[in-house]
Ligand binder design. Sequence first.
Ligand code: ZN
Ligand code: ZN
Length: 412
Amino acid sequence: MKAMLVIADGLGGRPTDWNGATCLEQAETPHMDRLAREGALGLMDPIAPGVRPGSDTSHLSIFGYDPAEVYTGRGAFEALGIGLNVRGGDVCFRANFATVEDTGGDLIVRDRRAGRLAEGQELAEALQELTLNDGDVSFTFRASTEHRGALVLRGPGLSAEVTDSDPHEEGKPVAVCKPQRESDEARRTAELVNAFSRRAYELLRDHPVNRARRQQGKPEGNVLLLRGAAVMPHLDAVTEQYRIQGSCIAGGALYKGVAGAAGLTVLDVPGVTGDLKTDLSAKAQAAERALESSQLVFVHIKGTDNAAHDGEAEEKSRFIERIDKEFFGGLADRLSRGDVVLCFSGDHSTPPAVGEHTADPVPALFWGAPIRRDACEKFDEIAAGAGGLGRFSGRLVPQLLGYCDLGGKFGA
Ligand code: ZN
Ligand code: ZN
């Protein structure tokens, strides 16, 4: 048996979203409803009842980790997700290209996003030349989308207990990175970060990209602002714990990062964007192909959460219908109950009426030959409340792999 986990981000909702119905209840979902009739439903508290989850902490919990133990901040997982090689113990920062004005000493931030410039990759190349004297610490920067990127520091004697160089406000000078507590590691890390920031500015200010932007009257990407220092935790890879191969199909950097840390191979699927425009049938095809070489296939779909954050109940319901038709339509017919255990759920609830993640439990569906059928006729929050799987916290991946008889026994 193989396992497929499909997470629609922020899937759960509240009856206040549609005047008495959730977006999932309101959506027409014939394929999900058929899977619900053949499988079993339950309600999942992503972390624990009453905990309002972030997407990162929730995914850690879904993969079987205890976020209270391993979560160090989103910086580490984002760095992994944009393709940086991050190892346990590395110190990661989220980074922005920004525009500063040199006032003869202070660098005053004029645009924290450098006009959302598109030349981040070119500027990042210049930063690869940057070596610091402190030979045993390496700095690796990688650009992601627009003005964004991540910086990873690797070496002995580092600490993430340092402040941001991002002043988080325009009109203020680039902040000096400071130790957050008195330790040699924090002091040294802060010194290295400040030296890096200065050198980066010197390299960026006369970069051809910035000269061209200056001529065009556009804000330059002449500095790198750093924030959210986080140590990459040492995670025991799920793939090693279970001795399996795993694949991840996702658009968003955070999800690729968590899945990568759990040992899954992150696949590059054209058309997968991590937003409402994503190619859902390309995701379904990639997921089906990945089953040939993997015992665990993880698919992440982000658009549900995006629509919900924007307060768009109509858009969230229509996107759920697209997941039903373009992702599950076809795929659900081709999957064989005897070969695959499927789980479909969310990583938390994002009711459009609230526009943020809430602590409400999320409907979860399990389908496949080993699953004991329940009386549910359709897939939504209300049906899931009466489902045979009851109410449980996170750990969808361990549950799925358990149904596949993978993993060792706890005890004799
Ligand atoms: Zn989420
Ligand atoms: Zn969200």
